[in-house]
Design a protein around this ligand. Structure first.
Ligand SMILES: C[S@@+](CC[C@H](N)C(=O)[O-])C[C@H]1O[C@@H](n2cnc3c(N)ncnc32)[C@H](O)[C@@H]1O
Length: 216
């Protein structure tokens, strides 16, 4: 069950979020397909996604705006405080892109691994970052080997999330522009897609939305 927390950081009044609102972006259909259907990640969809993000990689760091990290920071600060045991250890940022959120994650976790399917995104990780090329639908990780799975504007692959997380592990889900984000799921959709019974908290911060999930 998801508990909605009160908003502590409202969006600025009279200011719209950056970028276009993308409620019918092609990535939205893929987001829903892979979250609800284990066969939803087809080779055609994978090729489409790699092509898109490889093409966006050269300019991705232009998105490094402070307001884009507000929801990530709120999820870490308030979301993790509600978990039964505050996680540290290893965080996997799946779909890390160029690692724009690494600094926030490194404040909480001892090790942050950036994993992405786009080599052009990974080529732009900051120096010293641990970067791995891989596909979230079949992660190159042992079962139960990570403490947190961080998905920021990224697809959810429920069976792999369940497999690689330790028993006390958490899923951190963030959409930096809330429901206007192309790759978006509401907190209760994430909750429903994860195998088994999970608890969680969710909220809004700035223009973003976030949820943190743990096994009930
Ligand atoms: C919308 S971008 C978000 C990047 C980063 N999380 C951020 O917020 O700046 C989505 C990222 O997920 C990656 N991605 C998409 N599908 C993936 C998959 N199946 N496995 C790993 N990475 C994937 C893309 O290459 C892209 O870098």
């Amino acid at each position: 069950m998801i508990t909605e927390l009160e908003i502590e950081i409202p969006a600025p009044v009279g200011v719209s979020s950056w970028g276009q609102a993308f409620t019918n972006h092609p990535m939205r259909a893929i987001t829903r397909a892979v979250a609800s259907d284990p066969d939803g990640w087809t080779p055609e969809r994978r090729d489409e996604v790699v092509k898109l993000f490889d093409s966006l990689a050269p300019n991705w760091n232009e998105r490094d705006l402070p307001e884009r990290k507000i929801a990530v920071s709120d999820a870490i600060a308030r979301g993790l405080a509600h978990t039964p045991s505050l996680p540290g250890g290893v965080a996997l940022e799946l779909g890390s892109g160029t690692g724009l959120n690494r600094d926030v994650l490194e404040d909480q976790f001892e090790t942050v691994v950036s994993l992405d399917i786009s080599t052009r995104m990974l080529a732009r990780l900051p120096s010293g970052a641990i970067g791995v090329r891989g596909d979230g639908s079949c992660l190159p990780l042992c079962a139960g080997s990570i403490n947190a799975l961080v998905l920021i504007n990224m697809f959810l692959f429920p069976p792999e999330a369940d497999r690689v997380l330790s028993p006390e592990g958490v899923v951190i889900w963030v959409n930096s522009r809330g429901s206007e984000t192309p790759i978006y799921l509401a907190a209760d959709e994430v909750d429903a897609a994860l195998p088994g019974n999970w608890d969680g908290v969710s909220s809004t911060a700035g223009f973003g939305t976030w949820s943190v999930h743990w096994r009930a």
